[in-house]
Design a protein around this ligand. Structure first.
Ligand SMILES: O=C(CO)COP(=O)(O)O
Ligand SMILES: O=C[C@H](O)COP(=O)(O)O
Ligand SMILES: [Zn+2]
Ligand SMILES: [Zn+2]
Length: 339
């Protein structure tokens, strides 16, 4: 299917909210991981979201080039071509954009998309995240207002982060503390600043102990029930039932029950990276260990071209990651819901 148009993306998000399911948003850093995500969505009969981080975008441009705008456009162009052959609809998103990356990353992307829209074409991406978690809430929301005007002009949707996602982000490891849990007061300030859609559509990462990466049991305490409390409290104040379209970060390592509670409370997008990274790499490890003598030129031998051809182990890697994407679709309830 073609990449979701802005209209189709809006419809996807509305269907998820009404149907109480969420889309996996899979971080991809290469054509192989992108293929794996598409394969997983198709197998699960689920639509979905493909996203790039700033580091991922740089990698897409060539690991020695690190051109984040070129890499983002390359990802989008590649996805646009290959997605046509998969029987599901996907939307394209840029993940966490910290303040210092706005001018070198999402602002130019949104400006380029706005030109496309003016010329009667679709934007390059369907949504962009502004991550203001490193600045005070007032500044986060001031910048969010400006970003919302830009996403509106480029016919895209904004994602904001209210509260803090813990763990590693852009190579920086944050602390685990009370900032990882958004309050209803901060939720209300968000609606007061950004409105309820009249200024442009936005989706919100309210945090409930989410952490990037996977840790040993006991390290992370997810409290997805607070999302329901915030929806209720803010909803009563602004006169709208379930006012937030929510995003869950740090999907890896979360239990089926935690995910189900989050989805019940309005999560419609869940980001998964670490678990799909591992699912991609694990079969490669297996392949290399089992085919040791073929992938290496041992003792003066010539190895086995059929075993060291990157397509051979690449296909196994993609199948492993696709299976993890299917699992995400099942846990989020998006399996079998494709348009
Ligand atoms: O939130 C994420 C990307 O924004 C992904 O987090 P995980 O790596 O923990 O799945
Ligand atoms: O920010 C969270 C994602 O897992 C992206 O990670 P990354 O910055 O290593 O690409
Ligand atoms: Zn953040
Ligand atoms: Zn995240």
């Amino acid at each position: 299917m073609p990449i979701a148009t802005p209209e189709v993306y809006n419809e996807m998000l509305d269907r998820a909210k009404a149907g109480k399911f969420a889309y996996p948003a899979i971080n991809v850093t290469s054509s192989q991981t992108l293929t794996a995500a598409l394969q997983g969505f198709e197998e699960a009969e689920s639509d979905g979201i493909l996203q790039v981080s700033v580091g991922g975008a740089e990698y897409w441009s060539g690991s020695t080039k690190k051109d984040r705008v070129a890499g983002s456009l390359a990802f989008a162009a590649y996805a646009r071509e290959v997605a046509k052959n998969y029987n599901v609809t996907v939307a394209l998103h840029t993940d966490h954009c910290a303040k210092q990356n706005i001018d070198s990353w999402i602002r130019p992307l949104m400006e380029l998309s706005a030109e496309e829209v003016k010329a009667g074409r679709d934007p390059f991406f369907q949504s962009h995240m502004w991550d203001g978690s490193a600045v005070p809430l007032e500044e986060n929301l001031e910048i969010a207002k400006e970003m919302l005007a830009l996403t509106k002009a480029s016919n895209t949707i904004l994602e904001v982060e209210i509260g803090v996602v813990g763990g590693e982000e852009d190579g920086v490891v944050g602390e685990i503390n009370e900032k990882l849990y958004t309050t209803a007061e901060d939720g209300l300030k968000t609606v007061e600043a950004l409105g309820l859609g009249e200024n442009g559509r936005y989706i919100t990462a309210l945090t409930f102990g989410n952490v990037h990466g996977v840790y040993k049991p006991g390290h992370v305490k997810l409290r997805p029930e607070i999302l329901g409390d915030i929806q209720k409290e803010v909803g009563e104040k602004v006169g709208k039932d379930m006012p937030f379209d929510l995003v869950m970060h740090g999907g890896s390592g979360s239990s089926a029950e935690e995910i189900a509670t989050a989805v019940r409370n309005g999560v419609i997008k869940m980001n998964v990276d670490t678990d799909t990274q591992y699912a991609f790499t694990r079969p490669v490890v297996d392949w290399m260990l089992k085919n040791y003598e073929g992938v290496l030129k041992v003792d003066g031998e010539v190895g086995n071209k059929k075993q060291y051809d990157p397509r051979a182990w690449g296909k196994a890697a993609e199948a492993g990651m696709a299976a993890r994407v299917v699992e995400a679709c099942e846990r989020l309830g998006s399996a079998g819901t494709k348009m």
